[in-house]
Unconditional design. Structure first.
Length: 208
C-alpha cells in the first residue's frame, strides 16, 4: 500500500513537471508569433485626397447650427481628427468612446462626421455624449474624402494637410495614424511593405 502511494505521488509530480514544460514551450511559441506578426494599422483604401495633400477648405454647418470649416487652416488646433461614423454602424458606436479617450490623450481636436437625418444624428450625439464635440451632418465631407466604409478616420494638421487616414476599428488603428505621421509614411502597411527584402537578382553568367 505504501509503495502504491509513493508511485502515485511520483506520477503526479511527473505530470506537473510535464505540464510546466508544455506551458513554457507554449509561452515561447506565443512570443515568437507575436514578433513575427506585423502590427495592424488603419487600412487606407487609396481613395480621395492622398496623404500629404492639403484638404481644400469646405464650409459646413454642425448639427447644432454652428459654422465649421473642414480642411484649410485652423487657428485653434494643431492636429484634427475627423471620425466618420453612423448610428447604424455597431463598430462605430463601440469605437466612439475609444476615439474620445484617444483624442484627449493625444491632445487632438476631434470632429465627428455623419450623413443621416438630424433626428437620428441627435440621438447618436445624446447616447454617446458627444455634445462637447463638433458633429457635422453632411454628405459633402464624405464625398470630399471619398469615404465608402465606416468607421473611417482622417488626421490633419493645422494647415489642413492630410497626415494619415484609413478604416479604423480599434484604438491600435487610431494610434497607427499618429505612428504613420511620426514615421513619415502613408500607413503602417506601407512601412511593413518597405521592410520586405527585394527579390534577389540572378547572377550573370561568368564569361569564359
Amino acid at each position: 500500500m505504501f509503495t502504491l502511494l509513493i508511485i502515485n505521488e511520483a506520477l503526479q509530480w511527473l505530470v506537473l513537471i510535464a505540464l510546466g514544460v508544455a506551458g513554457l514551450a507554449l509561452a515561447r511559441q506565443v512570443g515568437v508569433l507575436h514578433v513575427r506578426v506585423a502590427p495592424a494599422g488603419a487600412l487606407d483604401a487609396n481613395r480621395g485626397p492622398a496623404v500629404g495633400d492639403v484638404a481644400p477648405p469646405l464650409a459646413v454647418t454642425t448639427l447644432d447650427g454652428r459654422p465649421y470649416t473642414v480642411g484649410g487652416v485652423s487657428a485653434t488646433a494643431s492636429l484634427r481628427l475627423l471620425m466618420f461614423v453612423s448610428a447604424q454602424c455597431p463598430m462605430c458606436k463601440s469605437l466612439i468612446p475609444v476615439a474620445k479617450s484617444f483624442a484627449a490623450a493625444e491632445r487632438i481636436s476631434l470632429v465627428f462626421v455623419g450623413d443621416d437625418t438630424p433626428a437620428i444624428q441627435q440621438s447618436l450625439v445624446t447616447a454617446q455624449g458627444l455634445d462637447a464635440y463638433p458633429f457635422i451632418n453632411s454628405d459633402e465631407v464624405g464625398r470630399l474624402f471619398e469615404v465608402d466604409k465606416l468607421p473611417h478616420a482622417v488626421l490633419m494638421d493645422g494647415a489642413g494637410k492630410i497626415l494619415a487616414k484609413g478604416l479604423v476599428n480599434s484604438r491600435e488603428h487610431l494610434e497607427s495614424l499618429i505612428v504613420s505621421h511620426e514615421m513619415g509614411v502613408a500607413s503602417v502597411q506601407d512601412y511593413i511593405a518597405g521592410l520586405k527584402p527585394a527579390p534577389a537578382k540572378p547572377h550573370a553568367a561568368a564569361t569564359a
